[in-house]
Design a protein. Structure first.
Lengths: 282, 238
């Protein structure tokens, strides 16, 4: 079964190349098809097609990529529409021009891509494309025992199980807050109870979650959306929105709720696609 | 502790807690935004009103972290008052401005603003902002036509004016002489919630009067007449 496509918002800029490098890495890891999208104004279709072909030839090696010049004046609107059209599983964007190298910083357009995205959204740190040969070997997941973080944990475990990546469960104990959930219990459940056969560890750090989650030496960090608002889309909470202003690794924010197939778990893909087909006809 | 603090704060503010129309409720929630969202959803609120961030310049709006959350995914319209608004002498809301670009979301905003203007007895000002570069090529004729026709989306009995400004949309909208500004959500993403587009995102940081952002695609079924009128006018405009 093929996972839903990864859609990269591509521009011929450093941020566009960073997004592409991350999209390729994730496609290689998960086996998901890779789609490159460029949003162009009226009359810009030829240029858009040319720069996408150029990117495919120069930056994608032998990867099989699909190219999508999208007409429109708004990058977020174009990517959102394409994600709906292709039933995308993950939208990937780069960081702002003002980002420090090696860090994530959402720019204004990328921020609108992420907020309300109809599927999971990933942001590459600045300079990610230049750090070549980076393999995603350690996947981290932010865990605080909330429902959203439990879902993120199960998706991260599914990803690690399928790809052989090492899973690091990161919990942060913030001053003045309660415990950090049943960390030990969760790790045991993961490693033994569900018999996923994954290699995992858990770290419990004291400090500011938005800061600590972003610097745990993982190659990719997954986190859940916030715990309120409509499902089936990405909604940033206090921690995730600040995480996207400084994390030192690529960050994936998963969509809230279960209207769409959780990207990193292929279970029930068929059922969800049927459901989606019905919704589109209705 | 929080409860006692809240009671004291209300007493200090002279909040009209005895007034029959005012209910006071203390909510336990993981965060203020989560709690407000929950309450608004539970009580089918029409509007959540917030103050500006402590970092906002005096007289300007600026969302704090709670505002940021509710402006991205809030379940009903969200309003933010400019910093220092309480200190200003009581202002009549005599003039309600609404951002209008001819799109569905801005028509929804006009309908909402029109309903509000009617209940306030205020004048409604439709504000269109055009790109000066396109003006030379006559590229803004459509917007001008749409503005003139947009008045029809307001309910009967409301005095409607319209104006076409040129330049950066957020800057021009903030510059208008109105007592309250209303704009729509962006046109993509799930309906039934507030989501900021590019202009609204900037407007939240620079408005000089209270700003209301209305959610996308909810409750307009109630205004069926208005909506049908809107489609008819859109056809006409083409």
């Amino acid at each position: 079964m093929t996972p839903p496509p990864i859609i990269v918002g591509y521009e011929p800029t450093a941020a566009g190349r960073d997004a592409l490098a991350l999209g390729r890495g994730l496609a290689g890891l998960t086996g998901a098809p890779l789609s490159l999208a460029n949003v162009h104004p009226r009359g810009g279709e030829e240029r858009s097609g040319a720069l996408l072909r150029d990117a495919a030839v120069r930056l994608c090696g032998d990867d099989d990529v699909r190219l999508h010049p999208v007409a429109g004046t708004s990058l977020p609107r174009g990517l959102s529409a394409l994600a709906d059209e292709l039933a995308g599983g993950l939208l990937v964007v780069g960081s702002s021009r003002r980002a420090t190298v090696g860090r994530v910083l959402l720019g204004s357009a990328a921020s609108r891509v992420v907020h309300g995205a109809p599927c999971a959204a990933a942001v590459a740190p600045a300079g990610y494309a230049a750090a070549d040969g980076r393999r995603i070997a350690v996947v981290g997941v932010g865990y605080d025992a909330s429902d959203q973080s439990r879902q993120a944990l199960s998706q991260a475990a599914a990803l690690a199980s399928r790809t052989g990546a090492f899973l690091r469960i990161v919990s942060v104990r913030e001053p003045g807050c309660g415990g950090a959930g049943n960390l030990g219990h969760d790790v045991i459940t993961l490693a033994e109870g569900e018999n996923l056969g994954i290699a995992a560890d858990a770290v419990l750090v004291d400090g500011d979650a938005a800061v600590e989650l972003g610097r745990q030496g993982v190659d990719l960090l997954l986190c859940g959306s916030r715990g309120y608002g409509l499902g089936g889309q990405v909604l940033l909470g206090g921690t995730s929105s600040r995480l996207l202003r400084g994390a030192e690794c690529p960050v994936v924010v998963l969509a809230r709720g279960v209207r769409r197939t959780p990207f990193f778990s292929r279970l029930d893909v068929d059922a969800t696609q049927q459901e989606r087909g019905t919704a589109q006809r209705a | 502790v929080v409860q006692a603090g809240m009671a004291r704060a209300l007493a200090e503010m002279g909040a009209p807690v005895d007034h029959a129309d005012v209910e006071v409720e203390l909510v336990r929630a993981p965060s203020p935004a989560h709690g407000l969202h929950h309450l608004a959803q539970r009580d089918l609120a029409d509007l959540v009103v917030l103050g500006s961030s402590g970092r906002a310049a005096l007289g300007r709006t600026g969302a704090g972290s709670v505002g940021e959350r509710l402006f991205q995914g809030g379940p009903c319209a969200v309003a933010v008052a400019p910093a220092g608004y309480a200190g200003e002498s009581a202002r009549a809301l005599g003039r309600v401005g609404v951002a209008y670009d001819g799109g569905d979301e801005s028509r929804a905003a006009v309908a909402e603003a029109g309903a509000l203007a009617r209940s306030l007895g205020a004048t409604l000002l439709l504000i269109g902002v055009a790109d000066p570069a396109a003006e030379a090529e006559g590229g803004n004729d459509d917007l001008q036509t749409a503005l003139a026709l947009g008045a029809r989306f307001a309910p009967d009995g409301v005095t409607v004016e319209w104006t076409l400004a040129f330049g950066d949309p957020a800057t021009e909208l903030a510059r208008q002489d109105v007592d309250l500004l209303i704009c729509g959500s962006r046109s993509y993403g799930r309906p039934g919630q507030v989501l900021l587009g590019a202009t609204a995102t900037r407007l939240v940081a620079v408005a000089r009067c209270p700003l209301v952002v209305v959610p996308r695609g909810v409750r307009w079924g109630l205004f069926d007449g208005v909506q049908n009128g809107a489609s008819a006018v859109a056809e006409e405009a083409r």
